[in-house]
Ligand binder design. Structure first.
Ligand code: ATP
Ligand code: MG
Ligand code: MG
Length: 574
C-alpha cells in the first residue's frame, strides 16, 4: 500500500490523539464510518470516501463501520445493499474486525430514534408543525430574509407529543404534520438556513426494504445521521463540503441527547472535505440511472460507467483505485481531478504486474513467400520484460501472419519505419517481426476496390531474435504479429471515455449532449494463441495497444472477450 501522505484530517486526528479528545476505556482511538444510502450503485466518488474512512481506521489502528443510511423507503432496495457490500469488499476493505462485524443499518435504530424524538419534544426542543408544505416553505425565508415562526411552534408539549404519537400510529396522511427541531428561540432568523427549525420526522406511508410496514413515519437524514454516529461511538464523522452548514445541527443534536443520557460523551465530531469531481464522467446517481434507463449503456456495470462495478468490469484493479485515492488526497476546497490521474494510477499499478501478450486489432495478412508452407518455428519472449521470474511464452512463426493494417504504407510518409514496398530498383523496407525474423517487403496485393489485401515479404533464415545472426541486420522498425495458423480470433472492445467534454454536466447543461459516440468500438482481433487460456478478470498488456482484461461477464472458457482498460499513453487532448 502507498504511504499515507499528510492531510488536514490526519492532522486533526493526530491532535485529537495527543489531547485525548476521544479517549474512552476499551475503545479504539479512531472510529470512522462509510454511510451510503442504498439507493444506487457506488461510484468513483464513493471510492474516495471508502478509501479515506477505511484507510484512516486502518492506519490508526481503529475501525470503520459500514452503515446503510436507509431512511428513504421509496428509493431504497436490497439490491443496492448487496452491491454496495460487494463493492466495498472488492475495493479491499472490510467492516469485520477481530472483535466483530461492524455492519449497521440506520433502520435498526428506528426505535431509539423515535424515543429520542419524544425526549426532544418533552424538553421543548422539538414540536409538531401542522402548516402545509407550501406555508412551511414560505415561512422558512431565504438567504436574505429571516424566516417566520410557525403558528404551531409554541403549541403545548403535550399536544405535540400526542400528535407525534398519532403520526406514528398512522392517523394522518403524508405531509399533514411534520416534526421539527427548535434549536433555539430565534432559530428561524438564523443566517444558516439549516438551523431554521429543521425537519426531524415526516409521514411516509411506504414499505421499507428492511422494516416492512412497521413504520409510517421516517426520520430525516440530518436527524438520523448524527445519532447513528453517536450510537456507534464514531469519533470522526467525515462528510462532503455541502454538509458544512449542517454541522451546528449535528453538534446540537449529539450534545442535547448526550445530556439526556442517550449516549456517553465524548460525542462524535463532523468534518467536511471536498467531494471528488472527476472529469469526463458524471457521478450523480440520478444521471447514472438515466444512462442505464435510457439504454445509453448496457447497465450499471457497463465498462464505460464510473461506478465501482463498471470500473471493475472495465479492468480497473482495486489497487489502482486505492492508489488514485491516495494521490488525489483530501482537501477542504472543491476542485476537479482529471481523468488522466485515474488512468495514470491504473497504468502505474498494471505496468509492473500485467503479463505481456500480442494482439493484432486491425489485421492485414502478411505472407512470407520463402517460408515453407505447413512448417513453423517456435519463437519465445518474456512474459514480462522486467520480471524474468514470470517466465517465457512462445508462439509459432509460420508462412502466413497477421500484422496491423497501419504497419504497411503503399506510399510512405516521411519518417515511416514499417513496411513499404519496393520502388524501381529500391528494395522494400526491412523490418524485424518482434521476437521472430527480419523480413523484407517484396510486394503487396490489392483488390478491385483498391484495398490492400496482403503484404508479401521474404525472410532471412539466420536473423532470428536471440540467435548470433540477429545483429547482422539493420532494420528500421520492429513490429508485432501473430501467426495466422494459430491465432485466437477474439472480440475486443475498445472502450474510451464516455463523454467528450471534461465537465459534461457543468452549469446544468444537458450532459447527454456530450456523450462520446466512439466510447465503444468492437473489433475482431487476432491474439497470440496462449490467450485462449485467459480467464475472466485476467489482465494483460497487449503490446503497443494498452491494458486489456478478459471481460467478467461475456468471456467463456477458451473464448475470452477482451475489454480495453486504457491505452498505454494518455492521448487525450493531444
Ligand atoms: P450521489 O450524490 O451520487 O447520489 P450521495 O452523496 O447522495 O451520492 P451516499 O450514498 O449518501 O450518496 O454517499 C455515501 C458517502 O459517500 C457519503 O458519506 C458521501 O459524502 C460520500 N460521497 C458521495 N459522493 C462522493 C464524492 N463525489 N466524493 C467524495 N465522497 C462522496
Ligand atoms: Mg447522501
Ligand atoms: Mg446526493
Amino acid at each position: 500500500a502507498a504511504t499515507p501522505s499528510p492531510n488536514f484530517l490526519r492532522t486533526i486526528i493526530d491532535n485529537d490523539l495527543a489531547a485525548g479528545t476521544h479517549a474512552r476505556p476499551g475503545m479504539p482511538p479512531v472510529i470512522t464510518r462509510f454511510p451510503p444510502e442504498p439507493n444506487g450503485y457506488l461510484h468513483v466518488g464513493h471510492a474516495k470516501s471508502i478509501c479515506l474512512n477505511f484507510g484512516l481506521a486502518r492506519d490508526y489502528g481503529g475501525r470503520c463501520h459500514l452503515r446503510f443510511d436507509d431512511t428513504n423507503p421509496e428509493k431504497e432496495d436490497q439490491e443496492y445493499v448487496d452491491t454496495i457490500m460487494d463493492s466495498v469488499k472488492w475495493l479491499g476493505f472490510s467492516w469485520e474486525y477481530g472483535d466483530g462485524e461492524y455492519l449497521h443499518y440506520a433502520s435498526d435504530y428506528f426505535d431509539k430514534l423515535y424515543e429520542m424524538a419524544e425526549y426532544l419534544i418533552r424538553e421543548g426542543k422539538a414540536y409538531v408543525d401542522s402548516q402545509s408544505p407550501e406555508e412551511m416553505a414560505k415561512n422558512r425565508g431565504n438567504f436574505s430574509t429571516p424566516g417566520t415562526n410557525s403558528p404551531f411552534r409554541n403549541r403545548p408539549v403535550e399536544e405535540s407529543l400526542q400528535l407525534f404519537r398519532d403520526m406514528k400510529a398512522g392517523k394522518y396522511k403524508d405531509g399533514e404534520h411534520i416534526l421539527r427541531a427548535k434549536m433555539s428561540e430565534d432559530a428561524m432568523s438564523s443566517p444558516n438556513m439549516t438551523n431554521r427549525d429543521p425537519a426531524l420526522y415526516r409521514i411516509r406511508h411506504a414499505h421499507h426494504h428492511r422494516t416492512g410496514d412497521a413504520w409510517c413515519i421516517y426520520p430525516m437524514y440530518d436527524y438520523t445521521h448524527p445519532i447513528s454516529d453517536a450510537l456507534e461511538s464514531i469519533t470522526h464523522s467525515i462528510c462532503t463540503l455541502e454538509f458544512q452548514d449542517h454541522r451546528p445541527m449535528y453538534d446540537w443534536l449529539v450534545a442535547t441527547l448526550a445530556d439526556g443520557g442517550f449516549f456517553p460523551r465524548p460525542v462524535p465530531r463532523q468534518y467536511e472535505m471536498a467531494r471528488l469531481n472527476l472529469t469526463y464522467v458524471v457521478t450523480s446517481k440520478r444521471k447514472l440511472r438515466e444512462l442505464v434507463d435510457t439504454g445509453v449503456v448496457t447497465g450499471w456495470d457497463d465498462p464505460r460507467m464510473p461506478t465501482i462495478v463498471g470500473l471493475r468490469r472495465r479492468g480497473y484493479t482495486p489497487e489502482s483505485i486505492q492508489l488514485f485515492c491516495e494521490r488525489i488526497g483530501v482537501s477542504k476546497a472543491d476542485g476537479w481531478i482529471d481523468m488522466s490521474t485515474l488512468e495514470g494510477a491504473l497504468r502505474d499499478d498494471l505496468d509492473p504486474k500485467a503479463p505481456r501478450a500480442i494482439a493484432v486489432l486491425r489485421p492485414l495478412k502478411l505472407i512470407v513467400d520463402n517460408f515453407p508452407e505447413g512448417e513453423s518455428v517456435e519463437c519465445t519472449s518474456p512474459v514480462h520484460p522486467h520480471h524474468p521470474e514470470m517466465g517465457m511464452r512462445s508462439f509459432p512463426f509460420t508462412r502466413e501472419l497477421w500484422i496491423e493494417q497501419e504497419d504497411f504504407m503503399e506510399t510512405p510518409t516521411k519518417g515511416y519505419h514499417r513496411f513499404t514496398p519496393p520502388v524501381g530498383d529500391q528494395p522494400g523496407s526491412r523490418v524485424r517481426l518482434k521476437y521472430g525474423f527480419v523480413v523484407e517487403c517484396t510486394g503487396y496485393d490489392k483488390d478491385e476496390n483498391g484495398k490492400i489485401t496482403a503484404v508479401h515479404v521474404k525472410y532471412f533464415e539466420d536473423s532470428k531474435s536471440g540467435t548470433p545472426g540477429a545483429d547482422n541486420y539493420k532494420v528500421k522498425g520492429n513490429i508485432t504479429w501473430v501467426s495466422a495458423a494459430t491465432a485466437l480470433e477474439a472480440e475486443v472492445r475498445l472502450y474510451d471515455r464516455l463523454f467528450t467534454e471534461p465537465q459534461p454536466d457543468a452549469g446544468g447543461k444537458d450532459f447527454k449532449a456530450a456523450l462520446n459516440p466512439n466510447a465503444l468500438e468492437t473489433v475482431k482481433a487476432y491474439l497470440e494463441p496462449g490467450m485462449k487460456d485467459a480467464v475472466a478478470d485476467q489482465r494483460f498488456q497487449f503490446e503497443r495497444h494498452g491494458y486489456f482484461v478478459a471481460d467478467r461477464v461475456d468471456s467463456t472458457p477458451g473464448k475470452p472477450v477482451f475489454n480495453r482498460v486504457t491505452t498505454l499513453k494518455d492521448s487525450w487532448g493531444k
